[in-house]
Design a protein around this ligand. Structure first.
Ligand code: XMP
Length: 452
């Protein structure tokens, strides 16, 4: 029997689990509910209406993803919402147990955030006290206490996550932190030089730049499987960090390096870690799952419990330049997961050139800060083209531009035709070996943002 002293909100499988555990009935549905559905809220307009649905319309577009339905409610529960096929929201206000079959946390669900706010602030009576300043203070104090007088290195990439992590830990440890920025050879065009300059000159961080592109490329020779790419890259990162740590420790007046700082976020944790239950490992994001089991460092991940928008707020509070705050996320394995199939240096260069055009045109259209990510993917698919009088037979570039709040879900951006046209014309004209450009019109779910 479920005996809980605190309020509970079950989502999706959580609703089925609560129903089943408290004596209701869950059955396999004849029709799996997947994707968009219309929710009718039964009693939101009544004075005694559901706390969860207070202030939201009686009909909402929601996002579903489940194959089982709740058939009979446990004692003490009532139905407060339905879709065409299923009971979609139930509650037992006396016990403060609420459950919804759809996903309020994804942005395909209308007013989903309001439902979550209602649960937190109306049902749980929580107070919205989170602030960037308080987070900075608590986190730096906790790091100071944890590390004592030990030293640390930080795997810095110049993205907002690792830069915020580095600045936070720098506040806590000062000169006992050294940042290491590795050129894997799979960064964007000119990214290594430009980022290094910004981190050193503008942010005044102590950064060692390591050009390890040859060894990363050697590790990836002949590898086509995305997870294998991630694992090899994760291993090589740790090998580079360990070597750099050794060199630092050999220096005068340098203490033992015990910690590795990383800018891992909560979505990385969720999507990388296989938990018991219905969600499988989606991708072993190298920040988390792609790391070798045995590591010479303990991890410090100060952003592990938070989302990107919160990281940006903290970054602002820490005084980071806008340029870093609005920078699009870039995966740790970089272009390795955007060259589909085997990675070769010529293909990396082709992708870098095409990708630079995509980003340039998105900036030129004033869209850079408005979209979540914009990038190119190189497909190992050749097709026939005609240029001048000649026949060509070149590769394909896929352009991916998505909007999102946290990368857990994403929608493709309806780019203006002129922007798509400029991107396509420029890539085919300026990037040797590419004959065709396609635009990716898939949302997440069911597709992921990266192709691999
Ligand atoms: P997916 O492709 O899983 O991506 O929808 C969600 C977000 O995570 C980024 N991503 C990664 N980040 N290491 C990272 O550090 C990785 O292996 C990795 N794979 C995907 C992706 O760019 C998107 O923002």
């Amino acid at each position: 029997m479920l005996a809980l002293a605190i309020p509970v909100l079950g989502i999706c499988y959580g609703m089925q689990w609560i129903t089943h555990t408290l004596g209701g009935k869950v059955e396999k549905a004849e029709r799996r509910e997947y994707g968009r559905a219309q929710l009718s809220v039964d009693d939101s307009k009544e004075p005694s209406g559901s706390d969860l649905f207070t202030g939201v319309p009686a009909s909402l577009r929601v996002w579903n993803s489940h194959g089982d339905h709740v058939r009979t409610l446990p004692d003490g529960f009532r139905t407060v919402g339905r879709t065409e096929n299923a009971i979609a929201a139930v509650e037992n206000p006396d016990k403060k147990i609420y459950a919804v079959e759809f996903h309020p946390e994804v942005n395909h669900t209308e007013r989903g955030t309001e439902l979550l706010r209602n649960f937190l602030f109306r049902v749980c009576k929580a107070e919205p006290k989170w602030s960037g300043a308080a987070f900075i203070e608590e986190t730096t104090a906790a790091i100071r206490q944890r590390v004592g007088n030990k030293w640390a290195i930080c795997g810095l990439s110049g993205g907002v996550d690792s830069t915020v992590a580095a600045v936070l830990v720098h506040r806590a440890m000062g000169a006992r932190l050294t940042n290491i920025f590795v050129n894997t050879g799979m960064l964007r065009k000119n990214e290594f030089e430009q980022t290094l300059e910004m981190l050193r000159d503008r942010l005044k961080l102590h950064v060692i730049g390591v050009d390890a592109s040859k060894r990363f490329l050697a590790q990836l020779k002949g590898v086509t499987d995305p997870e294998e790419k991630r694992k090899r890259i994760g291993r090589e990162f740790i090998a580079v960090f360990a070597e750099e740590a050794q060199k630092l420790q050999a220096g005068e007046a340098h203490g033992e390096i015990r910690y590795l700082v990383q800018g891992t976020l909560y979505p990385d944790v969720i999507e990388s870690v296989s938990v018991k239950g219905p969600s499988a490992t989606i991708k072993t994001h190298h920040n988390v799952g792609g790391l070798p089991e045995k590591m010479p460092f303990a991890l410090i991940e100060p952003l592990r419990d938070i989302f990107k928008d919160e990281v940006r707020r903290i970054g602002k509070e820490l005084g980071l330049p806008e340029e870093i705050l609005v920078k699009h996320p870039f995966p740790g394995p970089g272009l390795a997961v955007r060259v589909i199939g085997e990675i070769t240096r010529p293909h990396l260069v082709t992708l870098q050139e095409a990708d630079a055009i995509v980003v340039e045109e998105i900036r030129r259209a004033g869209l850079y800060a408005k979209v979540w990510q914009a990038f190119a993917v190189l497909l190992p698919v050749r097709s026939v083209g005609v240029m001048g009088d000649g026949r060509t037979y070149g590769l394909t570039v896929a352009v991916r531009v998505v909007e999102s709040d946290d990368a857990m879900t994403a929608d493709w951006v309806r780019l203006p035709g002129e922007v798509l046209e400029r991107i396509s014309t420029r890539i085919v004209n300026e990037v040797a070996g590419v004959t065709r450009v396609v635009y990716d019109i898939s949302s997440k779910p069911p597709s992921t943002i990266e192709w691999e």
